[in-house]
Design a protein around this ligand. Structure first.
Ligand code: NDP
Ligand code: KPL
Length: 313
């Protein structure tokens, strides 16, 4: 009897999905044992079917074609692992749509910028699949449907959860040249990233400042520190200890981005796109209220965003 192929899906071929999917599809092209499936829709699906995924990184461009590109759950079938790389607001919808592609043992790997992907996944799929929470350190953007540009950052993925279940995936993905590692302390990793991203995304949006402008605005840096302290207090209620050193590291990270770069939250508000505020800011406000923690800096920044963008927030 022939052994069934191992099947890895990537749902959402934008900045992050393209960054993860391109090396996987290239490395496993025509592989007898492992199949890579791009799950995408509309213009992106059409572009990749016609021309392949165009992926640019470090001055080089390559065109990759996965074994299958589809938006149809029946055609896709059951997957052994599924990277979830849509924006946070589309996560629940994707899980509903592709529920039939998720079996009891399918590894679900959310890479969104948030700390509660597991909660969202379990709301939609109470028992199906095995959740490996994760995050990615990269700047990679969709520049057109089916065209993704890796602009910087280490491109490092960290996942965690059931180590025994994750073993084969870590091996398969790293073999393709993707920097993916397993952490026994994934909650710590997720909150450490959130400690940077949530306040920085909020402040850049509220004050319409890019990374460089925020890094040199004394009064905003004080507000940044205050917001980080509020995240630290909230993390503690979840059993995660963030230290003053973590805060110093998060603040220093601000200098590592190109001065003229903007956070995607700021860009989404400016461009009147749907945005991830619910996951980056509102989450902190709600959970702090539930835990009885005061978060005045978050409240002030949230108020400013609501005044600036009354329709979008
Ligand atoms: N970009 C980055 O550098 C980083 C992003 N992140 C986080 O990663 C997540 C993804 O961000 P990013 O890659 O930038 O987002 P993008 O908007 O570039 O990509 C998301 C992709 O998901 C697709 N999508 C949405 N709904 C569906 C669906 N139902 N079925 C199939 N595909 C779907 C979108 O397709 P369509 O365009 O057709 O709607 C789009 O191509 C976010 O949470 C972000 O905060 C984290 C670190 C870095
Ligand atoms: C800061 C950045 C580009 C890198 O992680 C990001 O994730 C965002 O702006 O949402």
């Amino acid at each position: 009897m022939t052994k069934a192929k191992t099947r890895i899906g990537i749902a959402g071929i934008g900045g992050v999905g393209g960054f993860v999917g391109a090396p996987l599809a290239a490395y496993y092209a025509h592989n007898p044992d492992l199949e890579v499936v791009f799950i995408c829709k509309g213009q992106t699906l059409k572009a990749i079917e016609e021309k392949g995924l165009i992926f640019r990184s470090e001055g080089q461009e390559r065109v990759v074609k996965p074994d299958l590109t589809s938006d149809d759950p029946a055609t896709i079938g059951v997957l052994d692992a599924l990277f979830l790389t849509t924006k946070s607001y589309a996560l629940a919808e994707v899980l509903h749509t592709y529920s039939d592609c998720i079996g009891e043992n399918t590894l679900l790997v959310p890479l969104q910028n948030m700390v509660h992907a597991q909660e969202i996944i379990r709301n939609v799929l109470p028992t199906k699949g095995k959740v490996l929470e994760g995050c990615i350190y990269v700047v990679s953007n969709k520049v057109a449907p089916g065209v993704v540009e890796h602009r910087g950052g280490p491109g490092k993925i960290v996942i965690g959860g059931d180590a025994a279940a994750a073993g084969w995936l870590v091996q398969a993905v790293t073999a393709a040249g993707v920097d993916l590692s397993f952490s026994e302390h994934i909650q710590q990793v997720l909150w450490q990233k959130f400690l940077f991203l949530s306040p920085v995304a909020a402040l850049t949006t509220a004050y319409q400042k890019n990374f460089g402008e925020l890094a040199t605005a004394e009064e905003l840096l004080e507000e940044l520190e205050q917001m980080m302290l509020e995240v630290k207090e909230l993390a503690a209620t979840k059993g995660v200890t963030l230290t003053d050193e973590n805060i110093a590291t998060a603040k220093a990270l601000l200098q590592k981005f190109p001065a003229d770069a903007k956070t995607s939250l700021q860009l989404d508000f400016e461009q009147h796109n749907r945005n991830e505020k619910a996951f980056l800011i509102d989450y902190v406000l709600h959970k702090a209220a539930e835990a009885g923690i005061a978060v005045p800096a978050y409240e002030q920044v949230n108020k400013r965003i609501s005044e600036l963008y009354p329709v979008l927030s």
